[in-house]
Design a protein around this ligand. Structure first.
Ligand code: 5GP
Length: 199
């Protein structure tokens, strides 16, 4: 039988946060697509009760579940941390995280402030937090409108209101990145990852 290699040094937790439309998910995906980084970093996938957006895939972007399933997972202690965002539940699967970290693999997360705080509390020595800022509220509004085309106006207003609140928490993160140009922001994120993953 082939023995699994377990490294002594646990992997690091890279949390990318930022308002809806800041580009955090794209930045994390692009970072993982980098040949060198993709070997070291995997994306954590959350469980959510939010409906799937067009283009999103089950098990790739999220594990889409019903409210009852979500409650069952929380009750069974299979969720490390969870949050409620605009009426939907989002949670981090415990087993996935523990397995990857034990293997020494670094894990990238897109979480809200609450999730970032909880994970930092659970893993104080190996958590790095990055906040992605949009260049302006007007740009953010245009991005959210583009994404929520298939949803209603109310959700756009709610996401914008949340965004203003979230931006005020940027100072609580280890790093802040301004996403004016995806290329420049990605370069900065790559630099942060390479520095912190080898520390
Ligand atoms: P969206 O609906 O735009 O995909 O996500 C809404 C918000 O929930 C985003 O800020 C996203 O980062 C956050 N989020 C996604 N999954 C989780 C999770 O498992 N835990 C926490 N705390 N936040 C999450």
């Amino acid at each position: 039988m082939k023995a699994k290699k377990i490294q002594n040094k646990p992997g690091k937790i890279f949390i990318i946060s930022g308002p809806s439309g800041s580009g955090k998910t794209t930045l994390l995906s692009r970072l993982i697509q980098d040949k060198k980084i993709g070997k070291l970093l995997a994306k954590s996938r959350s469980v959510t009760t939010r409906p799937r957006r067009s283009g999103e895939k089950q098990g790739k972007d999220y594990f889409f579940v019903t409210k009852d399933e979500f409650r069952r997972l929380v009750k069974a202690k299979k969720i490390l941390e969870w949050t409620r965002y605009l009426g939907y539940y989002y949670g981090t699967p415990k087993e996935l995280v523990e397995k990857q970290l034990k293997r020494g693999k670094h894990l990238g997360f897109c979480l809200d402030l609450k999730g970032a705080r909880v994970l930092k509390k659970i893993y104080p020595h190996n958590t790095v937090t990055v906040f992605v800022l949009p260049p302006s509220l007007n740009v953010l509004k245009a991005r959210i409108e583009g994404r929520c085309r298939e949803t209603d106006k109310k959700e756009i207003t709610q996401r914008l209101r949340m965004a203003k609140r979230e931006i005020l928490s940027a100072a609580q993160f280890n790093y802040r990145i301004l996403n004016r140009s995806l290329r420049v922001a990605l370069k900065e994120l790559r630099k942060i990852f390479l520095k912190e993953s080898s520390a």
